[in-house]
Ligand binder design. Structure first.
Ligand SMILES: Cc1cc2nc3c(=O)[nH]c(=O)nc-3n(C[C@H](O)[C@H](O)[C@H](O)COP(=O)(O)OP(=O)(O)OC[C@H]3O[C@@H](n4cnc5c(N)ncnc54)[C@H](O)[C@@H]3O)c2cc1C
Length: 374
């Protein structure tokens, strides 16, 4: 059994198989990175709430029985033969699961690499940690350059945390903060969540520019060029780059319209015994860790049932909860259901509270313990 990608999806899948099947299945888990980092930890790093070292969870710490981790870069995937080539080896699998996430395409937004910053990668967040202390006045734009993008609330969280950061340094009144996103509301499936975020923006003097993407940055004038041609000047640009499936996945022939189509109930691709979970798919949920994890659980349960010759377990339900930083160390939660009403995701909001802050912390520490041992 071969699992490509040790993010939310790959880690949960291998752990669940190991728990249920022990030595009945040997899992090889491959990732090019040497450590896992939660998506939300990038916000902690950029705003200097945690050090880069504190948020890295080394893959060397994986002790899950019957799971063999390999730090290798996948260079070719042949889904028909279930053959995978890496920079170091060649693998053939009975069952192949692709959990390679989404990559960023900075070049798709002219000017972004020269004139802007991004906080969606670990190096991007680390670089911003060094840039932010010298930003004391001017216009900051948090701008989304393409959809779909991971964790739809994250741009709003970044704007609110930037407001906190600047207030703590006594320079907030010198800065204008604007958020550009390609939706009419910050979190479209949940009107209550969107209203609460917009209310927080209003209290904090954060300007919301809905229904627009940032198409380019003009390094000559330091302006963000929106997809309707409007130009917004900036002194600091915090970008969410265009997302795309990793190049090795695009080259495998598995994608359609950029992402891997899967059966939404079973996460099966059109190739026998090849599954795909998480951000790399077009399953119909948001691109977020909780959904990758939920999908991985379903694939694991199908494989477990198959091995035990049991009846098929329930299909993937497309539900998950995301925590949202509301500033002042307060966290809220949105529970989203993508599948119950086809084409119409719905969400329920839980207001910020100390309880939610503790719940988010438990969300992270429980995964860390489950996937990496105590
Ligand atoms: C700022 C920010 C905040 C976020 N906040 C949240 C949140 O609060 N809650 C939440 O649920 N989600 C959040 N997310 C989203 C979450 O991080 C992702 O959606 C989630 O990690 C997707 O899981 P995945 O398993 O599909 O892919 P990933 O976790 O991205 O894992 C994919 C893995 O594949 C590996 N890989 C890719 N290509 C290759 C290759 N060629 N060879 C070898 N390995 C390769 C990568 O190194 C990576 O480890 C946030 C994201 C960001 C950026």
């Amino acid at each position: 059994m071969l699992v490509l990608g040790a993010g939310f999806g790959g880690l949960e899948l291998s752990t669940r198989l190991s728990e249920a099947l022990g030595g009945q299945v040997e899992v090889t888990l491959i990732d090019r990175a040497d450590a896992f980092v939660f998506g939300f930890s990038k916000l902690d790093v950029m705003f200097d709430r945690l050090t880069p070292e504190a948020v890295r969870i080394s893959y060397a710490d994986i002790t899950t029985p019957h799971v063999r981790f390999r730090q290798e870069t996948i260079t070719s995937i042949d889904p028909a033969e279930r053959r995978v080539i890496t920079d170091l080896d060649t693998y053939e699998a009975d069952v192949l699961v692709i959990a390679l996430g989404a990559d960023y395409d900075l070049a798709a937004t002219p000017g972004l690499a020269e004139a802007g910053n991004e906080f969606y990668s670990v190096p991007g967040a680390e670089a911003l940690r060094d840039v932010l202390p010298s930003f004391r006045s001017g216009v900051a734009i948090v701008g989304v350059c393409g959809a779909p993008f991971k964790c739809p609330p994250a741009p709003s969280e970044a704007a609110i945390l930037l407001d906190d950061y600047l207030r703590e340094r006594g320079v907030r009144e010198n800065v204008r903060i604007r958020v550009v996103i390609p939706f009419g509301k910050p979190v479209p499936p949940s009107p209550a969540t969107s209203e609460a975020i917009l209310a927080r923006f209003a209290e904090r003097g954060i300007e919301f520019v809905p229904d627009r993407k940032v198409a380019a940055l003009d390094p000559g004038t330091n302006e963000a060029v929106l997809d309707d041609g409007r130009r917004l000047p900036f002194d600091l640009f915090l970008g969410i780059p265009v997302h795309r499936a990793p190049a090795v996945v695009e080259a495998s022939g598995l994608t359609e319209d950029g992402w891997i189509p899967v059966d939404p109930g079973t996460l099966a691709t059109r190739f026998p015994d090849v599954y795909a979970v998480g951000d790399v798919t077009s399953v119909g949920t948001a691109k977020a860790g909780v959904f990758a994890e939920g999908a991985a659980r379903v694939v694991a349960d199908h494989l477990i049932a198959r091995i035990r010759k049991a009846s098929a377990p329930p299909g993937y339900d497309g539900t998950g909860s995301c925590y949202i930083e509301f500033g002042g160390h307060e966290v809220a939660r949105v529970d989203v259901d993508f599948f119950s009403i086809p084409g119409h995701p719905t969400g329920t909001f839980t207001a910020p509270s100390a309880e939610m802050t503790a719940e988010k912390s438990e969300f992270g520490s429980s995964r860390r313990a489950r996937w990496f041992g105590a």
